[in-house]
Design a binder for this molecule. Structure first.
Ligand code: ZN
Length: 133
């Protein structure tokens, strides 16, 4: 999937923020790519079954009026993917940029840190799920 296709599957409330984060990171010399935007409930279930997610509904699963509208994105540097350690400068830049643009960064989570993940702030998972049904 292209970056434009990923952006099109991200909710309008966070799409400009995601674009701004990508630009910030490029300014630091990184090669950021959206690796994941919207994902189906079946894809989410497979991730949970594999122990790679703790929830059966995530902000990645959000739709609006039946249209994919992710409230989260996973961002990596295309040269490294997920192969770099959690403390790597790329993740730190991603985290500080996400927070500067008003998003929550998964790298701050104590129980299940998710350094590539950024998501909307101020919307609960329950609200996102209600909009999705
Ligand atoms: Zn994610």
């Amino acid at each position: 999937m292209t970056q434009a296709q990923h952006l099109a599957r991200i909710d309008h409330r966070i799409r400009p923020k995601i674009a701004a984060i990508l630009k910030d990171l490029e300014g630091h010399g990184w090669q950021p790519r959206i690796a994941s935007s919207y994902r189906s409930r079946a894809e989410q279930k497979a991730l949970k079954d594999a122990g790679r997610s703790t929830v059966s509904f995530s902000f990645h699963n959000h739709t609006y009026k039946g249209v994919p509208a992710a409230l989260a994105a996973d961002i990596i540097d295309r040269r490294y993917g997920w192969s770099i350690p959690q403390g790597h400068q790329f993740w730190r830049h991603l985290g500080s940029s996400a927070k500067a643009h008003g998003l929550t960064w998964g790298g701050d989570w104590k129980r299940f840190p998710d350094v590539a993940h950024v998501e909307i702030r101020g919307v609960t998972l329950a609200q996102a799920k209600r909009e999705t049904v």
